[in-house]
Design a protein around this ligand. Structure first.
Ligand SMILES: Nc1ncnc2c1ncn2[C@@H]1O[C@H](COP(=O)(O)OP(=O)(O)OP(=O)(O)O)[C@@H](O)[C@H]1O
Ligand code: NI
Length: 314
């Protein structure tokens, strides 16, 4: 049975300030969870932390539980037994993730052969995977170098590689970035199909609200390394409860692109809500006290003093 990924007080820093700041949450198996948030909010760092791919200067604390193991306590060797095999990655930069000096074929077969040793079978599997990702005739693709492929093709090749070992979990970092509308639609349907037909659990990191709406069942909204709000996709996108989520949604082209105001100065110290200096609703308490996580209807979580009406102390 697929297992949940549970974050307990996960914190990541590169020296100055936490880019993932004391996050505790659960990524539910069997579902597609979306991570939303502005650029720099910590989405990729969170995803790479789960798959054990942060650079060595990253300081991590807390726990990432997967089954009966804490991924943060594993050795690199133990992590290699999980990465790709149980948790696959569809990386953010297709251009940087393929070796430009090698043809696609051997790179693809290598990814598959981690699990399938026989060369002939591995080739068959590579072909099948590429077909799943829309390459009806995979032979010419396998002979190509990455520079001969368009951005969308590279993204699809990497998506196929991410699934090479049939992992039960897939982390996809901006899988639709840089794609035109038609390809974005295609990637969206593919991810849905993989999750539904193959029963895969996924974490999708994205700015693409169309992808979030069409693919994710659950959404988490990140701001400065904290989860400000989480809930069912429909609830979060159509009835946001955190002022930051409201700002993020109204900044979309379809909503007239009203930008969230930038703070004149960064909030100093550790007290108060991270968003208070940009929040149109902020009052004294927001600048002074860390907001509690308020749970609504038994499942929806919001980190805002005003999530359930007025704060207790007012
Ligand atoms: N290797 C690193 N060394 C130092 N700082 C880093 C490193 N990687 C990320 N950061 C910092 O961590 C913060 C979060 O970065 P992250 O890439 O997770 O953002 P993101 O939400 O994924 O943004 P985007 O939507 O642009 O991909 C940023 O301030 C970034 O500068
Ligand atoms: Ni990112």
């Amino acid at each position: 049975m697929a297992e949940n990924i549970i974050l307990e007080d996960l914190t990541v820093s590169f020296g100055n300030g936490n880019v993932v700041n004391h996050i505790s949450t659960v990524f539910q198996s069997g579902y597609i969870t979306g991570l939303l948030g502005e650029s720099g909010s910590g989405k990729s760092v969170l995803g790479m932390s789960v798959i054990g791919l942060l650079p060595s200067n990253a300081k991590q604390s807390g726990r990432i539980l997967f089954g009966n193991r804490n991924l943060l306590a594993l050795t690199q060797k133990q992590l290699r037994g999980i990465r790709g095999k149980r948790i696959g990655l569809i990386p953010q930069n297709p251009a940087d993730s393929l070796n430009p000096a090698r043809r696609i074929g051997p790179q693809m077969t290598e990814a598959v052969r981690v699990n399938i040793k026989k060369k002939k079978e591995a080739k068959k599997k590579a072909n099948l995977l590429l077909q799943t990702f829309g390459f009806l005739d995979s032979a010419p693709i396998l002979r190509n170098y990455s520079f001969q492929l368009s951005g969308g093709m590279k993204q699809r090749v990497l998506s196929a590689m991410g699934l090479a070992c049939d992992p039960e979990w897939v982390i996809a970092d901006e899988p639709t970035k840089g794609l035109d509308a038609a390809l974005r639609g295609q990637v969206c349907s593919l991810l849905n199909e993989i999750s539904r037909k193959k029963g895969k659990s996924m974490l999708i990191i994205t700015h693409d609200l169309m992808l979030a709406e069409k693919s994710c069942q659950w959404l988490m909204v990140l701001y400065q390394g904290r989860i400000m709000e989480e809930g069912n996709t429909e609830e979060v996108l159509h009835h946001p409860l955190h002022p930051y989520t409201e700002g993020l949604l109204s900044a979309q082209p379809s909503h007239g692109m009203h930008s969230i105001p930038y703070a004149a100065s960064k909030k100093g110290g550790n007290s108060g809500c991270e968003f208070s200096d940009r929040c149109p609703k902020a009052s004294k308490i927001c600048c002074e006290a860390d907001p509690p996580v308020i749970v609504l209807n038994g499942h929806r979580k919001v980190r805002c003093h005003y999530a359930a009406g007025s704060p207790a102390s007012e």
